[in-house]
Design a protein around this ligand. Structure first.
Ligand code: AMP
Length: 289
């Protein structure tokens, strides 16, 4: 595995890979790699000739007071995880070279960035879209891999790719979970033992919603109320949002009868740590419009 931190060196490498007729897959990450990242790298390995894993804790997607400074970093461990899952190039640019002063250009995706994560974290998706656009220009991939864990991020990136004519196929990997259901996240390391214990309530609430829908419930408000009361019972949990939405647009849905597939999304605080999770549910007997 090659370790590259220079932007120009990465661009030259991608250019020469393409000129040899070989395909490139990129897996953008913020590092502190876990099995969720590893599954994306393995998928990329099966899809393309050259796999680039990027590690960059992107300052522009963190709001003031968020965890940019203390975000976990461990390049040595990341190196081993990336290499053992088939990465060819580990690209690790630094912030001053990604955002040289004076930096003035950002990518703003409209509408789909306004709700959910966008409402709770103003400016977050502007940072995400900007860094992903930059990483696409630098790595020039045929395929880019993202996790369903960040469902809204996938919607935003797909919109950007369409709107800005990026010639990149977006591939989405399933959510990888701990045995007790907690979705893997680099931020799980922040949780105290009690918070870690309580954090499985998010997955349990999603399961509860799935069971209610399987049992015939079609009213979003009732499903959300049941999820809320389950989560509220955990003393360390504080709900940020709960939403039942269209799987592609993430627009809220009130009557499930009108839909064939829906997505349920949750964000909650456990102490100072904010966790997100989601699931897709097929609505039997629902329309496909
Ligand atoms: P991050 O390093 O948190 O920015 O995540 C990098 C990529 O890994 C994103 O596309 C995430 O959606 C994806 N990812 C993070 N956690 C998981 C998970 N538990 N399962 C699957 N993909 C994940």
């Amino acid at each position: 595995m090659k370790l590259i931190s220079g932007i120009q060196e990465m661009q030259l490498e991608s250019r020469s890979t393409r000129s040899e007729g070989r395909t490139i897959a990129v897996v953008p990450t913020m590092g502190f790699l876990h099995a969720g990242h590893a599954s994306l790298i393995s998928m990329a390995r099966r899809k393309a000739d050259v796999v680039i894993t990027t590690i960059f804790v992107n300052p522009t997607q963190f709001g003031p007071g968020e965890d940019y400074q203390r975000y976990p970093r461990d390049l040595e461990r990341d190196y081993n995880v990336a290499e053992s899952h088939g990465t060819d190039i580990l690209f690790t640019p630094d912030a001053p070279s990604m955002y040289p002063e004076p930096y003035r250009t950002f990518v703003d995706v409209d509408s789909v960035t306004q709700m959910l994560e966008g409402a709770s974290r103003p400016g977050h998706f502007r940072g995400v879209a900007t860094v992903v656009a930059k990483l696409f220009h630098i790595t020039d991939p045929h395929f880019a891999f993202f996790g369903q864990k960040d469902a809204q991020q996938v919607v935003v990136i797909r919109q950007m790719v369409r709107d800005l004519n990026f010639d990149v196929e977006i591939v989405v990997g399933p959510i990888v979970r701990e045995e007790d259901g907690l979705a893997l996240s680099s931020r799980n390391t922040y949780l105290s033992p009690t918070e870690r214990d309580h954090s499985t309530i998010l997955h349990q609430a999603l399961k509860l919603a799935e069971d209610m829908i399987a049992g015939g419930e079609r009213n979003s408000a009732r499903i959300i109320a049941a999820m809320k009361s389950l989560i509220d019972d955990q003393s360390s949990a504080r709900i940020d949002y709960l939403s039942i939405a269209h799987p592609d647009t993430l627009r809220e849905i009130s009557d499930l009868n009108e839909h064939h597939e829906i997505r349920i999304l949750v964000a909650a605080w456990f102490g100072v740590t904010r966790l997100i999770d989601n699931t897709t549910v097929e609505v039997r007997g629902g329309n496909s419009r």
